[in-house]
Design a protein around this ligand. Structure first.
Ligand SMILES: Nc1ncnc2c1ncn2[C@@H]1O[C@H](COP(=O)(O)OP(=O)(O)OP(=O)(O)O)[C@@H](O)[C@H]1O
Ligand SMILES: [Mg+2]
Length: 651
């Protein structure tokens, strides 16, 4: 179950993760492209603006180079100085104007350009050579002027008569270019730089951290500046394209987590359903198993009853006519064995829900009270007992004798579970049908026997009510106690509930339906009033049972006529002298005892009837108001039942 659940969740997670991965990768790519496109635009624009600026500066310096002060064999420095100062006064953008020879030595410089002897800063030998040889303007590299300003030279050749004679350079403050780099506001973390052959020369923002190549790599775009040997470099941090992707992936992960949660929830629900289904299947299987077992044991019990009846009756006869004490002892031993067998069979019948029950309204408080003596006797002194009976309970509809037996069975089980010491609690209370499986709607009462004994593990509890299941040593338990209790409770329209935990104790509850009738007091033992000799018609298809029964009746002084089936019985009734009592088996080949009783009631209503049953398939098939005797029976019980039938008819 746990594995299927994990597989279900995995089946849900894998597509989500795959989808998330693909989505993340695609978003990453498109974000990266968008960032690159913007960087490219910025770099283009900056490069265009810078090159435009450089061009106009070159044009301006070229104008200065036309000055006649430089026409002579030697420059007219004083005149040039005047011109330069005038230009600087108008051209605020320049930091200084410098006149140098073709070797770069400063001939004149407006203040504050370094010393006159120093070579023109920012123009290296190669640049000077290009300027001299190709008569090409040169944009120099950045340097710091004596007053601390960062400047770069825009140098043009001064040519006269086809020969370069001087160099004029305007030192342009770098701040001018900074403004151009910022023309498009940069997003946070982005930088724009001017890269000269000597390396990065200018970067905005000024305090930007130097570029570190992290993983994922930042985006970097380069654009050459025409007219100079510079490039514009725009960089965007990895964060620029990674942050939105991370956001998207986080969102997706959250969605995936939600999906997994939902799937897990769904899985749990499914597992719950399946478990319930399995439980239902298991309980249905258990019901079928019990039913089959019940039918089997019922059949066996029925046959045993038929076998036990002649055995018990004959033993009784034997005992009566026993010649000596030794024979009496032997017969007594045999009788005790037969009696044990009878008890066993009756428990089997109880389990198979086929025992003959005589339900009546039973006041449980009184019943428990009456049982106290017996219960206390069956417990050891180390067991403390409490009894709790709820007030104003309805009477239960049940067979009094069987109920007492059932309670005693539970008490003995509890005692056996507490060999050293413990507490037993016997309680009677109302029961809610919805708390117990298999109960129809209605009112119920429950008798609960709980103990603080050894308890049962799951395997034991699952089999506890199986007939012949016992954990007790051989000879100590038959394993029929709980089967009898369960069969009795179900046959009475109630239920039996067993709850237990190893080491914690057990609680066994018999739930019984409330009776609609008022309770009656426990019947007193039937007075064994001697009855005068009766004429009895005995109907039973089993010859051995019939013979043994007839013998008992005849011995008691009754006149007995035997019939093997209903037809024969009816024929005898019609032809012979009137009979006082008909003792009949219930199930016989051909017509049943019930049909015989029907005919009797119609034609001979004064005749008393005693029905003997060994196996009752269906309580409903039994005719009402007929005295019943359960097989196997002893002679005395048979005679008492005959007398009871006669008394009932006489009422
Ligand atoms: N109160 C209890 N505490 C612990 N285990 C119990 C309890 N009641 C029943 N059992 C277990 O269930 C088994 C079956 O009980 P059941 O009453 O059917 O037969 P038994 O007591 O073994 O024999 P018998 O009742 O015929 O003497 C017991 O052997 C025992 O293992
Ligand atoms: Mg028992």
């Amino acid at each position: 179950m746990r594995r299927s659940l994990a597989l279900l969740v995995l089946a849900g997670v894998i597509p989500i993760v795959a989808l998330g991965g693909t989505f993340g990768a695609l978003t990453l790519r498109s974000e990266r492209e968008a960032v690159a496109a913007r960087g490219r635009t910025d770099a283009n624009l900056a490069a265009a603006l810078v090159s435009q600026t450089l061009r106009s500066n070159v044009a301006a310096v070229e104008m200065v180079a036309q000055s006649p002060a430089l026409d002579g064999a030697a420059p007219d420095v004083a005149r040039f100085a005047t011109l330069a100062r005038r230009i600087l006064a108008n051209q605020q953008d320049w930091h200084a104007i410098v006149l140098a020879d073709v070797e770069g030595r400063v001939v004149f410089g407006t203040a504050p350009v370094g010393t006159a002897a120093a070579p023109l800063a920012g123009l290296d030998a190669a640049a000077l050579r290009r300027l001299r040889d190709r008569a090409e303007p040169q944009i120099g590299t950045f340097s710091v002027a004596s007053d601390g300003a960062r400047v770069f030279p825009v140098a043009v050749p001064v040519g006269r008569a086809g020969q370069v004679r001087y160099v004029i350079a305007a030192l342009v403050p770098a701040a001018r270019l900074e403004r151009l780099l910022r023309v498009e506001p940069l997003a946070p973390g982005w930088t724009a730089s001017i890269i000269t052959p000597a390396g990065p020369a200018l970067m905005v923002p000024r305090d930007a951290a130097p570029l570190v190549h992290t993983d994922p790599r930042p985006v970097e775009l380069w654009m050459p500046v025409s007219g100079a040997r510079w490039s514009i470099r725009i960089t965007a941090p990895a964060q620029a394209f990674f942050a939105p992707v991370r956001q998207a992936v986080l969102l997706l992960l959250a969605a995936a987590a939600l999906c997994v949660l939902l799937l897990a929830l769904l899985g749990r629900l499914l597992v719950g359903e399946l478990r319930q289904l399995r439980r239902r299947d298991a309980s249905e299987l258990q019901r079928q198993r019990m039913e089959t077992l019940g039918r089997l044991t019922g059949g066996v019990a029925h046959d045993f009853n038929n076998l036990l009846t002649p055995i018990m009756i004959s033993l009784e006869q034997l005992r009566r006519h026993a010649a000596d004490a030794a024979s009496t002892r032997h017969v007594d031993v045999a009788m005790a064995g037969a009696e044990r067998a009878r008890l066993l069979v009756s428990r089997l019948l109880a389990f198979s829900r086929q025992q003959q029950l005589s339900p009546e309204p039973v006041e449980l408080a009184a019943l428990v009270d009456g049982l106290m003596d017996l219960v206390e006797k069956s417990l050891t002194p180390a067991i403390t007992m409490t009894v709790a009976v709820a007030p104003e309970l309805c009477p239960a509809e049940a067979d009094r004798g069987q109920l007492e037996l059932a309670i005693l069975n539970l008490v003995i089980n509890a005692r056996d579970a507490m060999p050293d010491s413990g507490a037993l609690r016997l309680s009677v209370a109302r029961a809610e049908p919805r708390h117990t499986a298999g109960l129809a709607a209605g009112h119920y009462v429950a008798i609960t026997v709980s103990d603080t004994g050894s308890g049962m593990d799951a395997a034991t509890i699952a089999r506890a009510i199986d007939p012949f299941f016992t954990t007790k040593p051989i000879g100590k338990g038959t394993g029929l106690g709980l089967s009898m209790v369960d069969g009795f409770a179900s046959q009475s329209g109630g239920a039996f509930v067993l709850e237990s935990e190893p080491g914690r104790g057990t609680s066994a509850r018999i739930v019984l339906p409330c009776s609609a009738r008022p309770a009656v007091a426990a019947p007193l033992a039937a007075a064994a009033a001697g009855t005068s000799a009766l004429t009895i018609l005995l109907v039973d298809d089993d010859l051995r049972v019939r013979r043994a029964t007839a013998e008992v009746l005849a011995e008691a002084g009754h006149a007995v006529t035997e019939a093997a089936d209903v037809d024969e019985a009816l024929a005898l009734l019609a032809t012979r002298e009137p009979v006082d009592v008909v003792v009949t088996d219930f199930i016989m080949p051909g017509r049943s005892g019930a049909e015989l009783i029907e005919q009797l009631r119609a034609a001979w209503p004064h005749v008393a009837v005693l029905m003997v049953t060994g196996h009752v398939e269906d309580d409903g098939a039994l005719p009402d108001g007929v005295e019943l005797l359960r097989k196997p029976y002893r002679g005395a019980t048979l005679l008492a039942a005959v007398e009871q039938a006669v008394r009932q008819r006489g009422r």
